[in-house]
Design a protein around this ligand. Structure first.
Ligand SMILES: *[C@@H]1O[C@H](CO)[C@@H](O)[C@H](O)[C@H]1NC(C)=O
Ligand SMILES: *[C@@H]1O[C@H](CO)[C@@H](O)[C@H](O)[C@H]1NC(C)=O
Ligand SMILES: *[C@@H]1O[C@H](CO)[C@@H](O)[C@H](O)[C@H]1NC(C)=O
Length: 393
């Protein structure tokens, strides 16, 4: 098939999709309202709401309000949980449209922070951009004051970039980075993070080679998140390695506004087992289960993956690595990791380590993958830590 024919088919396909949307320029703004109205906690918001616009026109000044939203709905704190988080928040507008937003709240301003999905018109999905601090509307909730104001937190639309920052707001960014980082720079394994795995009852007969040894796996996660705009498998497909050296030979991977570098190396255990492959498997399984990786969530209450089926995304740490040490001789025998370089300047709040993400769902998949090193190693200890503890710029 000729390229031009393929292009025209693609163009046809995408125009069909656009026609299916009644409001292709719609915006859903996730707002924090009433900041400053609690006298004891001036940095808290008093309520949260979703504003929907057929097509918002942002004023030129960062201090002016856009026109009122076409619809707005309050999003209560569910069980005391801030709604703009990966677990998602769902609200129903007055016309019956249901929207759910899944947000990584540590995303720096200007970067994609998640998705908003709706069941209307057969299911649609928008990109959500971190875009904090613009006044957008009055608050629906008048409990604390009659004239509470809503500020943008995240803006969801079909664009490939965040809305522009007005000239008069540019100078007042990134002032939060002055706080002193805590003296501990990592979360060490004296708590529940160190989990020796019981493999003594493994049914495999004792190997003929030298007695099995122990492995220590250090895992480092950056506390700031990026959104990978494809599936987890697509991301892992970038871990290309050379079987003769055991090293990754991946090219840097482009994302939206950033580039990811990939590195790995590992020893060959025997003809059938290679540590590099076991490390890739560790990352794959941890990514599927751990809270450090938020695989694209589904719209609650909707079974069909149709409509939003083509949309895959993963919210993941901007850097992550595993380092495997042979305890007997203290030698590093395997390493796998990725890290992110941003195209532009980063602004937004500081991201701090959420150590609760180092839980059973994080450790178990790594231990399980490490069992692939048996019969050469039969004891596995995994330690998770943030690196750095706090990321500001
Ligand atoms: C309105 O604001 C008050 C005060 O912050 C809060 O207690 C209440 O839950 C809010 N109402 C909704 C529906 O979120
Ligand atoms: C989801 O699908 C299952 C079986 O296919 C069905 O029993 C269930 O009612 C569906 N739930 C919704 C919310 O559609
Ligand atoms: C999804 O949509 C496609 C095209 O519209 C259709 O062929 C397919 O049967 C749908 N699948 C489900 C599960 O509804």
């Amino acid at each position: 098939m000729s390229a031009s024919k393929l292009l025209s088919i693609l163009a046809l396909a995408s125009s069909v999709v656009v026609q299916a949307q009644r409001f292709p320029k719609e915006d859903l703004i996730l707002c924090d309202c009433g900041i400053g109205d609690y006298t004891e906690h001036p940095e808290w918001s008093t309520s949260r709401q979703m504003n929907w616009y057929q097509n918002i026109a942002w004023p030129e000044s960062g201090y002016a309000y856009p026109d009122a939203p076409d619809m707005a709905v309050q999003v209560p704190y569910r069980d005391g949980i801030y709604p703009w988080v990966p677990a998602g928040a769902t609200a129903t507008f007055s016309n019956g449209d249901v929207w759910s937003a899944y947000i990584e709240d540590g995303t720096p301003n200007g970067y994609i922070a998640g998705r908003a999905v709706t069941t209307k018109e057969g299911g649609q999905s928008l990109n959500c951009w971190a875009y904090r601090g613009r006044p957008v509307s009055a608050a629906l909730n008048k409990t604390v004051t009659d004239d509470a104001v809503c500020w943008s937190a995240f803006v969801c639309n079909r664009d490939e970039h965040a809305p522009p920052v007005p000239k008069d707001m540019e100078s007042q960014t990134s002032s939060k980075s002055t706080s002193v980082p805590p003296s501990t720079t990592f979360y060490s394994g004296t708590h529940s993070t160190t989990q020796p795995s019981p493999t003594g009852d493994d049914p495999v007969p004792a190997p003929t080679q030298s007695p099995p040894g122990g492995l220590f796996v250090d895992v480092f996660a950056n506390p700031r998140f990026i959104t990978w705009q494809a599936s987890w498998n697509d991301f892992l497909a970038n871990f290309v390695w050379d079987e003769s050296t055991g090293k990754c030979i991946s090219k840097p991977v482009r994302g939206s506004g950033y580039e990811i570098n990939i590195e790995c190396a590992g020893i060959q255990l025997d003809q059938n087992a290679h540590l590099t492959l076991i490390l890739i498997q560790s990352l794959r399984q941890t990514g599927l289960k751990s809270l450090w990786f938020n695989q694209n969530p589904v719209v609650p209450g909707s079974n069909s993956t149709n409509g939003t089926a083509t949309d895959h995304w993963v919210v993941m740490p901007e850097a992550f690595s595993l380092r495997v040490t042979d305890i007997a001789n203290d030698k590093v025998i395997g390493y796998l990791g990725y890290s992110t370089n941003y195209d532009g300047f980063i602004t937004g709040p500081c991201s701090t380590c959420d150590t609760e993400r180092f839980n059973k769902d994080f450790f178990d998949p790594i231990i399980e993958a490490m069992q692939g090193t048996y019969p050469y190693y039969d004891k596995y200890t995994v330690q998770g830590q943030c690196d750095p503890w706090m990321e500001c710029k």
